[in-house]
Ligand binder design. Structure first.
Ligand code: UAG
Ligand code: ATP
Ligand code: API
Ligand code: MG
Length: 478
């Protein structure tokens, strides 16, 4: 009988009339804040049956996060009519952003939500996490609908999926890009990690919806099995794809030509993005657009007007010697391999690929030596540096990366903790025909040092620093 005015999962955001979700988390037990939430005016508490609630309605569930999402989904209206979600280890941000661009070119008012924040054709507003908490997510959707946005593509991270941070309204289609090692600090095994992602097809996509699946990944067949078992329409994309079959891919100067077949018709696409991985993401994006009613001719034609996603193989500068410097968000072994592979065809005949990278602190430690190995295998010179050490000792993180690089040739690996210095050293070392890849931070605007109460975010932008360093060494910031 109470008047509900809002939903919150943080007791500090509770106002009179709020429904408070009290969840057991990794750092806190939200149930410890129930009394404070009631004092602040909470009318109902969604919590486990064993939680103690006095002075407000106790909505009890063994899975309170799920119940909270279902209730909040009814409160936050209106929402944009067409919603699609993308999961996978790598490629979510790129795919939602490319989907947004394709929708916009088809005349829709579209937005994407994910690591880059909430992006429309007018602006991009950061949310801090890839998948924000459920109350923020739903209120963002409602805000977008009120602005007239009809189409939204959003990222479904494994954390977001397993914590029910991204559901409620009907999702028309879901996409799967790939699975490889990441986040094994949070998920116990690769199978658990994959299972978290598969909630997208098992539960989040609406009945009768479509699963768009990149068909050429090691995990694709298992993803297809989930979609089929759920009874979703299946749209596969890739060399093994049936919805869009990739027949050929020819790298060119600033892009690539794709030959594809869709609905029995062969087509050539001049994609202005480089790298096999960007072709994959662009085709999955096209799959999502087609799955939500897009016209095939218009969609494939629009692909030639796609623009680079911020911090994903973004060309930042040209060194004095003429070597281009690219910034990429590769922060997993597989991504580093993909980013290096994307640039390799563009390295001159006697040129070298120089990579600058590190690994994040307070994240999966097992991926560190694997990232080191990927760099040794793919690059000619690797400079190991810092990337958001957070609560860890930076030198210890670098040592774990370096532990995977023992097979490197003499002089092929350097360690320079200071990221600005590392980027400068790479640019200074680059000769004509070389390419520099600065990996791991992409669009990020800060270096995160410390954690908890002592966390500091020092302004840092790989693109800006690369330009500055190239400029200081006589190159151009471009
Ligand atoms: C491991 C993880 O996913 N953590 C996120 C999660 O924390 P949690 O549920 O464990 O919550 P907790 O901090 O232990 O607190 C428990 C509950 O008490 C509440 N609380 C807590 C303190 C307080 O004073 N009052 C209060 O009410 C909290 O709101 C929460 O509901 O929910 C919190 C509230 O939304 C997030 O802030 C937190 O993100 C942390 C900071 C984080 O670093 N998350 C990263 C790992 C993350 O989520 N990354 C993914 C994947 C990125 C990718 O794509 O690779 C992402 O989607 O961004
Ligand atoms: N389809 C892909 N296959 C392999 N690697 C990819 C693919 N797409 C992107 N990558 C790599 O992963 C990096 C991050 O890409 P993107 O930001 O699109 O992924 P994400 O899934 O959103 O990542 P996050 O988990 O941080 O949100 C890219 O810069 C690139 O190095
Ligand atoms: N969404 C990823 C981003 C990692 C980016 C990298 N720069 C790092 O800090 O490890 C994560 O939270 O694990
Ligand atoms: Mg992302």
């Amino acid at each position: 009988e109470a008047q509900v005015t809002g939903f919150a999962i943080d007791h500090r955001k509770v106002a009179p009339g709020t429904v408070f979700g009290a969840f057991v988390g990794a750092r806190f037990n939200g149930e410890d804040f129930i009394a404070d939430a009631v004092k602040a005016g909470a009318v109902a508490i969604v919590a486990r049956p064993e939680a103690v609630v006095d002075g407000a309605v106790h909505l009890a569930s063994a899975e309170p996060r799920r119940m909270f999402a279902q209730l909040a989904g009814q409160f936050f209206v209106p929402v944009p009519e067409t919603l699609v979600a993308v999961t996978g280890t790598n490629g979510k941000t790129s795919t939602v952003e490319l989907t947004r661009q394709l929708w916009r070119m088809a005349g829709h008012r579209a937005a994407s939500i994910g690591t880059l924040g909430v992006t429309t054709s007018d602006e991009s507003v950061s949310t801090g996490l890839t998948t924000p908490d459920i109350a923020t997510f739903l209120s963002n959707l409602t805000g977008l609908a009120r602005e007239g946005i009809t189409h939204v593509a959003y990222e479904a991270s494994s954390h977001g999926l397993s914590q029910f941070r991204i559901e409620g309204p009907r999702v028309a289609a879901g996409a799967f890009t790939n699975v490889s090692r990441d986040h094994l600090d949070y998920h116990a095994t690769m199978d658990d990690y994959f299972a978290a992602k598969m909630r997208l097809f098992d539960e989040v996509v609406g009945d009768g919806g479509t699963a768009v699946v990149w068909a050429d990944d090691e995990w694709s067949d298992r993803a297809i099995a989930h979609a089929t078992a759920r009874g979703l329409s299946l749209f596969t994309v890739g060399v093994k794809g049936e919805g869009v079959r990739l027949l050929g891919r020819t790298p060119g100067g600033l892009g690539q030509v794709l030959e594809v077949e869709h609905a029995g018709k062969a087509r050539k696409i001049d994609l202005p993005l480089i790298g096999a991985y960007q072709a994959a993401n662009a085709l999955v994006a096209a799959g999502l657009v087609l799955a939500t009613g897009g016209d095939a001719d218009a969609t494939f034609d629009a692909m030639k007007r796609l623009v680079t996603v911020r911090g994903r193989l973004e060309r930042a500068a040209i060194s004095a010697a003429g070597a281009p410097v690219y910034v990429d968000y590769a922060h997993t072994p597989d991504a580093l391999e993909a980013a290096i592979a994307a640039l390799r065809p563009h390295v001159g005949p006697v040129g070298r690929l120089i990579v600058v990278f590190g690994a994040g602190g307070d994240r999966d430690t097992g991926k560190r030596p694997e990232m080191g190995r990927a760099a040794v295998v793919g690059a000619d010179l690797s400079i190991v540096t810092d990337d958001n050490p957070r609560g860890e000792e930076p030198a210890a993180i670098r040592a774990m990366v370096l532990a995977g690089m023992t097979a490197a040739a003499d002089g092929a690996v350097r360690e320079i903790g200071d990221r600005r210095e590392a980027i400068g050293a790479a640019i200074a070392a680059a000769r004509s025909g070389d390419i520099v890849l600065v990996a791991g931070k992409g669009h990020e605007q800060g270096q995160i040092i410390g954690s908890g109460a002592t966390v500091r975010v020092l302004p840092f932008d790989d693109v800006g620093v690369a330009r500055e360093m190239a400029g200081a060494l006589g190159g151009t910031g471009r």
